[in-house]
Write a new protein. Structure first.
Length: 260
């Protein structure tokens, strides 16, 4: 059994870590480089860096900030935001990323998944899916782009399957309805995707307590849990999450208390 990963997420806007509810009403949560350095020493299995405004502002992600973040952390780094083509993908990797997350660009150009996977290997390709509830869709969920701002009329389950078929090595699944609410992950959505794809699914959106992370693994089949607010504002620590997972029989990489 593969170990479950705990992944802090750095949502970055204008070079600063921010957090809001449903990607709006953003509040400053610190310097991303310092945050990454801290989390890498506190037991994070990976770190996710998302330039959440790059696509909406029609610009590339801040490569300098990514480079400094990669230098500061000692665990794998996934980065995303503003990736439009294979050259942007390469720039991310050259800046120190271990994996690249693609979202809006993949929706509008599905071949980017194939090209990235063929060029760099599917282990580098993370397909990020921002899902919203929509009862009209066969699965009950619709894919959105541009940080949840634009609807696509694409069914989430259909898109997840297509993404994996095209070469995505992992899915970062965010429930936009739950994001930032601290009311727990969307178990129904996560289970739907994890049971129907052959690659790891990272659960995102709604973590408020270590028990939420335990539930999404045990009840919905998530391979990894991603959270931002609960870590950034010191509500819960990575150690407390891993300790709760261990108590519930979930395989993890380590559970050393590094908060003291």
């Amino acid at each position: 059994m593969l170990s479950t990963r705990v992944i802090p997420c750095l949502d970055v806007h204008n070079g600063r870590t921010v957090k809001g509810i449903n990607f709006v009403n953003l509040k400053d949560a610190g310097d991303p480089v310092e945050q990454a350095k801290k989390y890498s020493t506190l037991g994070a299995d990976e770190i996710c860096f998302l330039d959440i405004s790059a696509t909406n502002e029609k610009r590339k992600a801040m490569l300098t900030v990514i480079s400094k973040t990669a230098e500061a952390c000692f665990v794998p780094l996934t980065v995303g935001g503003g990736v439009k083509n294979i050259a942007d993908f390469r720039d991310m990797l050259n800046s120190g990323a271990d994996k690249v997350s693609i979202n809006s660009s993949a929706v509008y150009n599905p071949r980017l998944i194939n090209e990235s996977s063929d060029k760099f290997g599917n282990q580098c390709v993370v397909l990020a899916i921002d899902a919203v509830e929509n009862k009209i869709m066969p699965s009950g969920y619709e894919v959105t782009t541009h940080g949840g701002r634009k609807k696509t009329n694409i069914d989430v389950l259909k898109w997840a399957k297509k993404g994996v078929k095209n070469g995505a090595g992992e899915i970062l699944l965010t429930s936009m309805n739950s994001d930032g609410t601290k009311q727990g992950y969307n178990l129904k959505l996560t289970k739907l995707i994890s049971e129907n794809v052959s690659v790891p699914v990272i659960a995102s959106g709604g973590a408020g307590h270590p028990n939420d992370m335990v539930k999404v693994v045990l009840e919905a089949g998530a391979s990894a849990v991603l959270a931002a607010s609960v870590f950034h504002y010191g509500i819960h620590s990575i150690y407390s999450v891993k300790r709760e997972m261990l108590r519930n029989g979930i395989s993890i990489r380590d559970c050393e208390n590094k908060n003291e």
